[in-house]
Structures are given as structure tokens and as C-alpha cells.
Design a protein around this ligand. Structure first.
Ligand code: C5P
Length: 225
């Protein structure tokens, strides 16, 4: 029997500790990664989730690895990536972490200086197996396509999903997003304002096209296209 395509999908925010009881994070809810995992399972794919703190239970049949910090996610992705055919980095990884988290709870007093350090670029430094497809996200508020294109090349991605923040409020959670797809050649396909479930279907269609068509033309026939 043909083995299912194996997806590794990260979702949700990360939490970067300030002290044992506090952290910095972002408003991500894991909705986009969840929509991708649901769609991948519906297509019969095997799914492993690298999951930041979220209230969403993993879809039926998916395996979830819970992480908190960007560093935990980095380690989980490095461990799981060699087994994956397709890696989708939908997590809203915190770009910064406190440089020196306190060992004890910080007491409230006057003002404090907080020194932040950039987190490691997880997707850009992941060791790759030849033939793997790697998909990233880019949330941009200005020059979205140009900035996403730079990330596509810098992180050596096969596909990047751009989302623009342009006055419709937060892109996090269940609201539709303004999105576009950028392929490895840097060609943009604008999708307009779109619900995340439909965006997930289009992303999976594109992955199927890349896996079973063009890039990997000699692979077995697509079971769902
Ligand atoms: O934060 P940025 O816009 O650079 O994120 C682009 C892509 O890189 C996303 O897919 C995100 O999940 C990933 N990323 C990462 N490691 C980071 C920051 C972002 O893998 N430290």
C-alpha cells in the first residue's frame, strides 16, 4: 500500500519566559495551522503538529507535540523534520526572547529594563532532506510582496503564504485574512480576503501540484487531485 504523505506543521504562538511566572508572546491562536492540519487529514495525509499553547485540540488522527518556547519548537522541528515530506511553518514564533530570564519571580517595583535577543530562525536553519517541500508564512504590514519574497529566498522556501495587515484588524483567530501565495520563482498569486479554511485548501492544492506535478514529476500519481 502507498504510504501517506507526511506533514509536519507548526502552529500557534511561542512563549518566551521573563521569569518563572511571566512570558512575552503574541496573539496567535493556532487557527491557521489547525486549518492546514484538518485539510491535510481530510486528504489522508499523516500529520504531526509542533504546537504552541492553543486551545485547539489536534484534529483526529494527528499527533501533537506541545511546545512553549521558540527553542522548544526548534528542537522539536529538528527532531521531526527528517521524517517529513512537507514542512509547513505556520507558527507565530516570537521574534524576541528575554536575554536573561530571571530564576525567581521579579518583584514589582518602579521601572525595569528588559533586554531582548532575537530567537533562532527555525525554518531558515532546519537541515533539509532532498525532495522535501518547505512552506513558510509572512505577516507584513507594508511592502508585503517584496518583503515576503526576501523571506522566501533567505529561508530557502518552496512556497510562502503572505498575509497583509491593512486595516481589517488582527489577522489572528477566526477572521478571514488578506493573503497571497508566492512560489519558489517569486511569482505572486493574490487571493484577496479569504477564510483560513479556504486558504488551507489552496495551500494544500499548491503542495499537491508541486509534489505530484512539476517539481517531483516522477512521483506516484496524486490520490486526491
Ligand atoms: O517572523 P517572520 O515573518 O520572519 O516569519 C516568516 C516565517 O519564518 C514563518 O513561517 C515563521 O513561522 C518562521 N519563523 C521561524 N523562526 C523564527 C521566526 C519566524 O521559523 N524565529
Amino acid at each position: 500500500m502507498r504510504r501517506p504523505l507526511r506533514f509536519l506543521i507548526s502552529r500557534g504562538p511561542t512563549r518566551e519566559p521573563l521569569d518563572p511566572v511571566r512570558f512575552i508572546s503574541n496573539y496567535s491562536t493556532g487557527t491557521m495551522g489547525q486549518a492546514l492540519a484538518v485539510e491535510a487529514r481530510a486528504r489522508g495525509r499523516s500529520v504531526t503538529l509542533g504546537s504552541g499553547p492553543t486551545e485547539l485540540p489536534p484534529p483526529r488522527g494527528a499527533r501533537a507535540i506541545s511546545i512553549e518556547r521558540a527553542e522548544d519548537l526548534r528542537q522539536a522541528m529538528r527532531r521531526e523534520a527528517p521524517k517529513a515530506d512537507v514542512i509547513i511553518m505556520a507558527a507565530a514564533v516570537s521574534d524576541f526572547q528575554p536575554a536573561r530570564p530571571a530564576r525567581r519571580k521579579l518583584a514589582r517595583r518602579g521601572t525595569r529594563r528588559l533586554q531582548l535577543r532575537a530567537t533562532p530562525d527555525i525554518i531558515g536553519t532546519l537541515p533539509r532532506r532532498s525532495g522535501q517541500l518547505v512552506v513558510g508564512f509572512a505577516l507584513e504590514s507594508a511592502d508585503a510582496v517584496a518583503r515576503a519574497r526576501r523571506k522566501l529566498y533567505a529561508k530557502r522556501l518552496d512556497l510562502i503564504v503572505g498575509q497583509t495587515m491593512n486595516g481589517h484588524g488582527s489577522p489572528f483567530g477566526r477572521r478571514p485574512v488578506e493573503a497571497f501565495l508566492l512560489d519558489a520563482g517569486g511569482k505572486a498569486r493574490r487571493l484577496g480576503r479569504i477564510p483560513k479554511s479556504r486558504l488551507a485548501r489552496l495551500i494544500l492544492d499548491e503542495i499537491d501540484r508541486l509534489w505530484y506535478g512539476g517539481l517531483h514529476a516522477n512521483r506516484e500519481e496524486c490520490p486526491t487531485c
